[in-house]
Design a protein around this ligand. Structure first.
Ligand code: ADP
Length: 412
């Protein structure tokens, strides 16, 4: 069966068509600037690629264009949309309702809507993507795969915040965690790769990309993760500040600065502070130049103090989480690096693991060099350290296939 994987943002729609017979990627693409001037579709199928520039007013038009190019005589890979067995959608926030992926029906859509306040930027866009596909592919099953679902096994001591309990009971204020599809894929894949069972294993996964999160996985189940109610908590990220004293929000709201460092002169709202903490902070805010780890590392190499500080903060934060998750699980057997930075930046991996022999984790500098799925720990390291490239799309496609063929999701 061919499964279409869709990740809809507020002005974008990413897609990938996968033939589940062999899990082969047939085509992928990105519709950008939906509803904005300069909208376009970038599409590739094998060696062939193309860009279509035309007005794309809304997500329905984007979905229509996606289907048109997938059936195109030159760049297409299917003859009819009937060949698409089902569509799997990435949905950011499933709240505390969803512990697994679901076939979309009116109740599931209502629940995604209920989570709008928890994922105000993503959930409305994700729902738009679902509704657009429902309209242009009538009768094709749609599946929602939630970024939060894998983390729903966390115990209350890990997901509760220390505010009055009624906030969790009445308003569901708690840690949810994100990148769950990636954490699930990597935690399963690493066991398959090493030929071990998840049962009895304590795994720490470092998903380090533009957005970054760590998770602690024991016996195949997530027991803790670094992101919280929203993706803002945890590590220093590309543009997000990560964890800080909540009183900083009040202080900055009362004493805001313009981009040039001069005082604004009047208080700003909490929403404005959070926008700054989400979009202008992290590597970007500390380096003053870029949110991209490659740029910031190059700054540090050229002797820029702010670039060096940003890298030091990122590395120090990852080390602290690894130490705390090892303590929380009573030890660690496997540490995995994944996503853009985790998969590609061997220097960062070396800096993170430097001096971790005290907890039985010893990197092999030679094995650590370069990219690809591999073990990077020394032969005498008690903890196995690995690089596992993530593949959220394949996980979404597998869940989608399972739900439409078996009626339930297998633990794969
Ligand atoms: P997203 O969270 O947007 O999916 P990615 O997982 O693509 O982000 O990660 C983006 C980060 O990965 C950037 O900081 C970038 O510097 C880093 N990165 C991506 N590719 C490489 C590479 N080839 N070498 C080093 N760093 C890389």
């Amino acid at each position: 069966m061919k499964i279409l994987v869709v990740n809809a943002g507020s002005s974008s729609l990413k897609y990938q068509l996968i033939d589940m017979d062999g899990e082969k990627e047939l085509a992928k693409g990105l519709v950008e600037r939906i509803g904005i001037e300069g909208s376009r579709l970038k599409h590739s199928a094998g060696e062939k690629s193309t860009v279509v520039e035309e007005p794309i007013p809304d997500h329905e038009a984007a979905a229509q264009l996606m289907l048109k190019i997938l059936q195109d005589s030159e760049y297409g890979v299917i003859r009819s949309t009937d060949e698409i067995g089902a569509v799997g959608h990435r949905v950011l926030h499933g709240g505390n309702k969803f512990t697994a992926s679901m076939v979309v029906n009116e109740d599931v859509k209502a629940a995604i809507r209920e989570c709008f306040p928890l994922g105000p930027l993503h959930n409305p866009a994700n729902l738009m993507g679902i509704e657009a596909c429902e309209k242009v592919m009538k009768g094709t099953p749609q599946v929602a795969v939630f970024d939060t679902a894998f983390h729903q096994t966390m115990p209350p001591k890990a997901y509760m915040y220390g505010v009055p309990k009624m906030y969790e009971e009445k308003l569901h204020v708690r840690r949810y965690g994100f990148h769950g599809t990636s954490h699930r894929y990597v935690s399963r894949r690493v066991c398959e790769f090493l030929g071990v069972k998840p049962e009895g294993k304590r795994i720490i996964i470092c998903h380090l990309g533009n957005g970054s999160s760590l998770s602690a996985v024991k016996d195949g189940k997530c027991v803790d993760t670094s992101m919280g109610l929203t993706p803002l908590e945890g590590l220093l990220m590309g543009t997000r500040c990560g964890s800080l004293d909540p009183a900083v929000v009040q202080f900055i709201a009362n004493n805001p600065l313009n981009d040039d460092g001069t005082p604004v002169g009047h208080p700003i709202s909490v929403d404005e502070v959070l926008t700054m903490m989400n979009k202008k902070s992290g590597l970007l805010g500390i380096s003053g130049k870029s949110s991209d780890c490659r740029d910031v590392e190059a700054m540090a190499d050229a002797g820029d103090e702010n670039g060096k500080l940003a890298m030091d903060m990122l590395i120090y934060g990852i080390r602290k989480y690894i130490g705390s998750y090892a303590a929380a699980m009573g030890g660690v057997d496997i540490i995995c690096f994944t996503a853009g930075i985790g998969e590609n930046n061997d220097r960062l991996r070396a800096a993170v693991m430097d001096g971790m022999e005290f907890m039985g984790a010893k990197l092999d500098p030679e094995k650590n060099k370069g990219r690809g799925e591999k073990v990077i720990s020394a032969d005498d390291s008690r903890v196995t350290i690995c690089v596992i490239p993530t593949n959220e799309e394949i996980m979404i496609a597998r869940d989608t296939l399972d739900l439409v063929t078996l009626g339930k999701v297998r633990d794969n």
